[in-house]
Write a protein that binds this ligand. Structure first.
Ligand SMILES: [Zn+2]
Length: 304
């Protein structure tokens, strides 16, 4: 009896914990995308008023969620180099949840977009308000559970200007680069007619493949692996978003994103195009992967 009682208690506790903690609240997720892609943010071009408004909102959400800040400041400022040589200040937003292992997983989703062109606001609802909203959902989930590893949440600036925010973050990281086990990058999670979210990067990091295969398909979204082989030409996404800066520094990455669609880098990339069934399920797939990575990564051999 005693044995059975103890076994039962150990089994029940984590299961009860899972049942009580949904991976995300889709209402909050959609609200975050809607606010971040509003016309009033002017397409979130780096160095503009609209960018500042986006920063204020993300900081408010980091603070509500209860993320810690390195050096009491969520902002990491850096110089953006532009083609015409003019000087702009970029601002990454960085918060974290401490773990116990001494190692870190860095979760990224750039918040900048391309601004206003020919009088049209390029709202960037999918690119990449969707990724930032999913990052906020992941932060909310992990704030309410325990993680083995320190989880660092970064919303880089100036991705659209050549992955400059991620580069600045890694040139001045809050933890040593050798302590970063993994980068999980999200860029465009909200629009796909086939219910497919790509997880890209296992060609370079094959040890992560079994973890991705454990992520259970959801009703409206499932993971597909690929878009990471050099012979795929422009269908190889290895250098297409911030994860490339991690890859260049030999830090394993998985990039989550949808295939290009008609609204990609168009002014029609607006909130009303976000697929409100697919997107929450796609974000949940990423959060489940981060749970599995946090539980399993330390079991892998140390990188030399
Ligand atoms: Zn993007």
């Amino acid at each position: 009896m005693i044995y059975r009682f103890i076994l039962g208690a150990f089994l029940a506790l984590p299961l009860a914990g899972l049942a009580q903690q949904p991976l995300l609240q889709s209402g909050q997720l959609l609200k975050d995308v809607r606010i971040l892609s509003a016309d009033s943010l002017g397409g979130r071009l780096s160095g503009t008023e609209g960018s500042l408004k986006a920063q204020d909102y993300i900081i408010k959400r980091f603070s509500e969620i209860g993320l810690k800040a390195f050096n009491n400041n969520y902002k990491q400022q850096f110089n953006i180099t532009s083609r015409n040589g003019s000087d702009l200040e970029g601002t990454n937003l960085v918060g974290y949840i401490p773990g116990t292992s001494g190692k870190a997983i860095v979760i990224t989703a750039h918040y900048d977009h391309v601004g206003i062109r020919n009088g049209e606001v390029y709202n960037g609802a999918d690119d990449n308000a969707s990724g930032v909203a999913a990052l906020l959902a992941a932060a909310t989930y992990f704030k309410n559970t325990n993680s083995n590893h320190t989880l660092i949440f970064v919303a880089p600036d100036a991705e659209e200007k050549g992955l400059q925010g991620a580069n600045a973050f890694l040139n001045n990281p809050p933890v040593p680069l050798q302590d970063i086990l993994l980068n999980v990058n999200m860029d465009m999670l909200g629009i796909n007619a086939k219910g497919e979210l790509y997880a890209s990067g296992t060609y370079h990091n094959p040890t992560l493949k079994p973890l991705l295969e454990k992520v259970k398909p959801r009703e409206k979204a499932k993971l597909v692996l690929g878009h990471d082989k050099p012979e795929q030409g422009h269908h190889d996404w290895t250098n297409q978003s911030d994860h490339f800066q991690f890859h260049k520094r030999k830090i394993p990455f998985i990039y989550f994103g949808v295939e290009d669609h008609a609204h990609y880098h168009q002014h029609t990339d607006e909130f009303r195009q976000i697929n409100q069934q697919f997107f929450p399920d796609a974000a949940a797939l990423v959060i489940e992967f981060i749970v599995l990575a946090d539980q399993n990564l330390s079991k892998q051999p140390e990188r030399k």
